[in-house]
Design a protein around this ligand. Structure first.
Ligand code: PMP
Length: 360
């Protein structure tokens, strides 16, 4: 059976070999006689699944030993509040860089826990370019500096790592983690929902530097207290076991593909192909500054929006799914995470050229 190409922004496509393995092991994981969904999170079978997942993730990202990997729940939206609960540590304010919808969502939550200082904002350019660090006005006393590493809705991505000196840098990496190598030690904390490049929704990944643990507000729920979860192997409560298992299969798959350097090479090639097609004429328009274009979420508009519905219908009929842009920005969005093969992008580009030839 050949499957359509799924350009969903998230929950997003999962590598087919991973889906096949999960299906094959659904009724009986490794001779245990039960599904991963049915086994105790504290039993040796699941403990081995989680340990392997963490070890492979650490290897892929070269996570230094003084960082803890936490497998939590509550999504990135949950982290928007959980980060300040844990990291304000008695300070009055946190710096936020506003590059779009997900940055804004983060700031709204953080404002419940302290003063949000907007160190820089892309609002003036219509969220089409990331403010360069020269334009940032950081507060030296801020508890941390928060960025959204890839704005999934707008299609804007950092291709550089900000320098925040002694102030910990916190990044929402929901939609670009594992798409390329990352220098973890430049960050105090990384967080993201799993449902794009990691695996099924329900798992939230946090990678946090040791020295940032232990200062949570006393009212922090224990399930969301990083120090408590770190001391309990992310098992102060039942973790999202099946999602962790599938994430572990995805980590293995990435390793088999050649790791994050190989992912980066592929992702660059896919994005270059698509942006080249968008830039080739006037029928399709991408509004993002070239240097800040996302390699994961390619947003574009048809010059004539009256054709939007036809474009989406015909794309679907051609086996190209979920290309509708987010309602806030409209137009189209092709999400081309790790699991999207080059052939999927080639098929999309072929379709787009054909559509233009028939409708221009
Ligand atoms: N941040 C970013 C960058 C996202 O792409 C998303 C989800 N699309 C979120 C936050 C929200 O994540 P969740 O739904 O896992 O809470």
């Amino acid at each position: 059976m050949s499957r359509p190409f799924n350009f969903s922004p998230g929950p997003a496509a999962i590598p087919e070999p991973v889906l096949r393995q999960a299906a094959a092991e659904m009724l009986d994981w490794n001779g245990s006689g039960v599904s991963v969904m049915e086994m105790s999170h504290r039993g040796k079978d699941f403990m081995s699944i989680q340990a392997e997942a963490e070890a492979n993730l650490r290897e892929l990202l070269a996570v230094p030993p003084n960082y803890r990997v936490l497998f939590l729940q509550g999504g990135a939206i949950g982290q928007n509040a959980i980060v300040p609960m844990n990291l304000m540590r008695g300070r009055a304010c946190a710096d936020y860089v506003n590059t779009g919808e997900w940055s804004k969502r983060s700031m709204v939550q953080a404002a419940h826990y302290g003063r949000v200082h907007v160190a820089a904002s892309a609002e003036a350019n219509g969220f089409t370019a990331i403010p360069t660090q020269r334009e940032w006005q950081l507060d030296r006393d801020a508890a941390y500096v928060h960025i959204c590493a890839n704005e999934t809705i707008g299609g804007l991505e950092y291709h550089w790592t900000p320098d925040t000196g002694e102030v910990p840098l916190v990044a929402d990496v929901s939609s670009n983690i594992l798409s390329r190598p990352l220098d973890v030690c430049r960050f105090g904390l990384l967080y993201g929902g799993a449902q794009k490049n990691i695996g099924p929704a329900g798992l939230t990944l946090v990678i946090v530097r040791d020295d940032l643990l232990g200062g949570a507000l006393p009212t922090t729920p224990e399930a969301f207290n990083y120090a408590v979860q770190a001391a309990n192997n992310s098992m102060i409560n039942t973790p999202p076991t099946f999602a962790i298992y599938v994430a572990g299969l995805v980590f293995r798959w990435i390793k088999e593909q050649g790791g994050l350097a190989a992912m980066q090479t592929r992702n660059r090639a896919k994005a270059a192909l698509l942006y080249r097609a968008l830039d080739a004429g006037r029928f399709y328009v991408n509004r993002i500054a070239h240097a800040d274009r996302s390699l994961m979420n390619v947003t574009f508009h048809l010059a004539d929006p009256k054709l939007d519905a036809t474009f989406l219908e015909e794309a679907k009929a051609a086996g190209l799914l979920a290309l509708k842009g987010h309602r806030i920005v409209g137009g189209m969005r092709a999400s081309i995470y790790n699991a999207m093969p080059l052939e999927g992008v080639e098929a999309l580009v072929t379709f787009m050229k054909d559509f233009e030839a028939r409708h221009a």
